[in-house]
Design a protein around this ligand. Structure first.
Ligand SMILES: [Zn+2]
Length: 161
């Protein structure tokens, strides 16, 4: 469970969305106009690619941030001549959230416990090397590996007595 962060809630919820029409309907009702209702699962799959990272993530994020799927015909970037920078301006909440995610892209991780909310963002208070979305998942995985090594070594340990 991803309870330790309330950062980019809608985006993280979308990435973790289950594959059924009920949860999709609930999501589109909760976050109206966040993504095109007919594109929810497609956008979710693209988000999951972002979490996996790499060149493919760059390609997908470029398209989502700069070309659409919500492109109104104003530009998504404007020049701030004074500071010598380009300022990104998302057309909607989804693009603005995605831009925030981009800034912390190294913190978008997939929980090693493979839980129901495995796409998560590591909060600033936790180390970047964190492999689990929550302490619950960490404990669960630790228990499991202990059990595994117990089963593997059971006969060995018993034999030693
Ligand atoms: Zn987890």
């Amino acid at each position: 469970m991803n309870k330790e962060t309330s950062f980019l809630v809608a985006l993280v919820e979308l990435a973790n969305l289950q594959d059924n029409s009920e949860t999709v309907a609930r999501f589109t009702k909760k976050y109206r106009a966040y993504v095109n209702p007919s594109d929810v699962l497609k956008t979710r799959d693209e988000l999951r690619e972002l979490w996996r990272g790499g060149e493919r993530a760059s390609k997908i994020a470029t398209r989502l941030l700069c070309e659409g799927p919500f492109m109104v015909n104003t530009a998504n970037a404007r020049v701030d001549w004074q500071s010598g920078t380009l300022v990104y301006r998302g057309q909607n909440q989804f693009q603005r959230d995605l831009y925030e995610l981009l800034k912390v892209s190294e913190r978008a991780k997939i929980c090693a416990n493979n839980c129901g909310t495995k796409y998560f963002i590591i909060p600033p208070t936790r180390r970047l090397s964190t492999r689990f979305c929550s302490s619950d998942c960490m404990h669960e995985a630790n228990l499991r590996s202990k059990n595994k090594s117990w089963h593997k070594n059971k006969s060995k340990w018993k034999g030693k007595r």
